[in-house]
Design a protein around this ligand. Structure first.
Ligand SMILES: Nc1nc2c(c(=O)[nH]1)N[C@H]1C(S)=C(S)[C@@H](COP(=O)(O)O)O[C@H]1N2
Ligand SMILES: [Mo]
Length: 518
């Protein structure tokens, strides 16, 4: 079979154009990623944000409670495909318009300019949009110039209009190169900024009173008080969970950023990053838990946070509202409303475990609201608005009731052999500001109960504890049940309820097969 007989060579030019256009679409998206990294200037970001925002409440709930992080990845892939289709469509139109001979630059420049314009409109960032245009331009140019003679010859009767195979291969090669370059550049931009703070130079702790050793001491205390249990996460989380409404987080420059206190106040106030960092700071342990997580889920973690207490900031503005309600607003368009009294003892944090607050956890500044569900601990905070009457927050508009205090929970995350015929189980227990008094364990499905060993409490009003229990293995499969009693003596409710809408309840139960425990 000669070269000329390969099926691709016999492609009608229409199909070739579609192939070139799709290759250009992919290259455009990767070009945008190369210029922006995984930040709001990445052209897929606004589209995936739009999808998340418009997704019906029921779908969001399904995504959070069943799909977990996969839900957000699906949104991102869908958004990516839509943008590829958009860029490909625009390119295809220009390939049609510009298909006259001798004007090969027309589709190259036309498609690039249109894609730049579309990206700039979507992201409202004009320079990074050039990345998308460059990706598209390279692919269309490669297709057009891969086959130098095709177009002039097309006018001669009997001569094929163009060599579809060469055009398509040129486009694919250029797209592959764009993908590689875009991915590498974007990934580099991303690692440089992912967990980097957007704090101005002279790191947070350089200008504040809190001696860094203070936080170091707290971390050392947490390590010392963590139970000696290999499979159990220590008292300060090694990996802190993350929940965001958008797949692409805001990238806020602390130098440009400010926090305003607005609404029902005597005097509206605005604070720059420097204003806040210069105030008297405080470091606290604070545990967070997401209302959307499963009963024995992994979206509950603890850290040492450094920042300024909210109380004096509120007092500086002088709240006059009589609904006792406040709305926190953020740079990603997130907003949550809850009682002002819950916010008063809170912290505005710009540090996390000795480091500046990472972008993923809300840099430059987030709210910490003691004892309340994660969702009111607003990240990338920009505004504290005192309200006149109650309003619904982002999640409440989607049916959740997650603005109140957390439910009590004892989780079971670790199992191990403990020598001889003994087994050991353990986990974390948390009840917000009520604290944990005891954790009780049953190894016979709930018939008899024993008190578990608890980790020594850490200082603070809103910190979890670890529990562990060692027992003689019955030798056969048995059900372990665990429940906590909070600081007021109230037992964790037995009734099982799903996370939606007000957080999971019930006791964690797990059937343990002794032979399968490592
Ligand atoms: N601006 C903003 N703040 C936010 C969110 C968000 O999507 N945007 N998610 C909330 C939810 S639902 C939770 S559980 C916590 C999680 O905080 P983390 O990501 O630091 O663990 O942040 C809350 N604050
Ligand atoms: Mo959450």
């Amino acid at each position: 079979m000669s070269d000329g007989d390969t099926p691709i060579d016999r492609l009608p030019s229409g199909a070739t154009s579609v192939g070139v256009a799709l290759a250009a679409g992919v290259a455009g998206v990767l070009g945008s990623y190369g210029a922006a990294g995984f930040r709001p200037a990445f052209v897929v970001a606004p589209v995936s944000g739009f999808i998340s925002k418009r997704m019906p409440g029921a779908v969001v709930t399904f995504a959070i409670t069943v799909l977990g992080d996969l839900g957000q990845q699906l949104t991102l892939v869908t958004a990516g495909a839509l943008v590829v289709a958009l860029f490909a469509g625009v390119t295809w139109l220009w390939l049609r318009v510009g298909s006259a001979p001798h004007i090969r630059w027309t589709p190259v420049l036309g498609a690039a300019a249109s894609v730049w314009f579309a990206s700039a409109l979507l992201t409202w960032r004009f320079v990074p949009a050039l990345g998308a245009a460059a990706g598209v331009a390279v692919v269309v140019a490669a297709a057009e110039f891969a086959d130098p003679l095709a177009r002039p010859m097309a006018e001669a009767p009997g001569v094929p209009e163009s060599d579809g195979r060469r055009r398509l291969l040129g486009a694919l090669a250029a797209a592959l190169a764009s993908v590689l370059v875009g991915y590498t550049a974007g990934d580099r931009a991303e690692t440089l900024t992912k967990d980097a703070t957007s704090a101005p130079s002279g790191a947070v702790y350089a200008d504040v009173d809190t001696p860094e050793m203070n936080v170091e001491d707290m971390l050392a205390t947490a390590e010392a008080r963590s139970l000696d249990f290999d499979d159990l996460e220590p008292l300060v989380s090694e990996e802190f969970y993350e929940v965001d409404i958008k797949a692409v987080n805001p990238a806020v420059d602390a130098g440009q950023w400010s926090l305003s206190v607005t609404g029902e106040v005597e005097e509206e106030r605005t604070f720059s990053y420097g204003d806040l960092v210069d105030r008297e700071t405080e470091s606290r342990f604070n545990t967070l838990r997401c209302v959307g997580e499963a009963l024995n889920g992994r979206k509950m973690d603890n850290a040492v946070w450094t920042g300024v207490p909210v109380g004096p900031i509120l007092e500086a503005a002088g709240p006059t509202s009589n609904c006792n309600c406040v709305m926190l607003r953020a740079a990603d368009g997130y907003f949550e409303e809850f009682p002002l009294d819950a916010l008063r003892p809170g912290l505005l944090a710009f540090g996390m475990n000795v480091n500046p607050l990472p972008r993923s956890h809300g840099a430059p500044l987030r709210a910490l609201v003691p004892g309340h569900w994660g969702e009111v601990n607003v990240k990338w905070l920009t505004e504290i608005e005192l309200l006149e009457r109650e309003q619904q927050g982002y999640w409440e508009k989607r049916g959740w009731h997650g603005t109140g205090p957390v439910n009590t929970v004892a989780k079971l995350h670790a199992k191990a052999r403990a020598g001889g015929n003994r087994l050991r189980v353990g986990g974390h227990a948390y009840a917000g500001t009520r604290g944990i008094r005891t954790v009780e364990v049953s190894v016979d499905g709930g018939d008899t109960w024993t008190q578990a060993t608890l980790s020594e409490p850490l200082p603070g009003d809103d910190v979890w504890r670890q529990w562990a229990h060692t027992y003689e293995s019955p030798g056969t499969a048995h059900e372990v049940v665990v429940r906590a009693r909070d600081g007021t003596g109230t037992l964790q409710p037995r009734k099982r309820q799903s996370p939606y809408p007000s957080g999971a309840t019930g006791w964690v139960r797990e059937t343990i097969h002794p032979s399968r425990v490592q």
